[in-house]
Design a protein around this ligand. Structure first.
Ligand code: SF4
Length: 143
């Protein structure tokens, strides 16, 4: 049986360099939970086969587009599905996710124009976790 965790977290928050630009979004308070063995880190975009680094992507109505216009909806969908499977297997009931990401963002995401404008909404992975009843926080509001 897979190991149980209290939290599922965006991998980039604990220091994995999975961001589109090849960097992490390290947050010390989240990394502390990881170092205590309480967190399962996942990166839906990497699980979906997207490269690091990669061009930024945004949700555009019902598709996910890369900045060059390439439709990457299928890769995002696969990644969200695989990350959800891992999260459910871990039995975590709380998620701490990276804000504003088209996969992990919760409550506000970029509007699809690549102009840094935010609109209400959540990323694909966050939506799936919510559908399965997890409590979701971002690195900006979890503590
Ligand atoms: S998909 Fe989520 S975990 Fe992966 S780099 Fe983006 S915000 Fe971080």
């Amino acid at each position: 049986m897979p190991k149980s965790y209290t939290y599922v977290v965006s991998a980039c928050l604990v220091g994995f360099a999975t961001r589109y630009d090849g960097r992490s979004n390290f947050v010390a308070a989240v990394a502390r939970l990881y170092n205590l063995g309480l967190c399962l880190p996942v990166c839906p975009e990497c699980l979906g086969g997207l490269a690091v680094p990669r061009l930024p992507c945004e949700i555009c109505v019902d598709k996910i587009l890369r900045r060059d216009g390439c439709d990457v909806t299928a890769a995002f969908g696969l990644g969200a599905k695989l990350a959800l499977k891992l999260a459910l297997e871990s039995r975590a009931r709380i998620a701490i996710l990276k804000s504003r990401s088209p996969s992990c963002g919760f409550g506000a995401i970029y509007d699809g124009t690549f102009s840094k404008k935010l609109v209400p909404g959540s990323g694909l992975f966050a939506r799936k976790l919510l559908e399965h009843g997890l409590s979701i926080f971002t690195e900006e509001n979890f503590s």
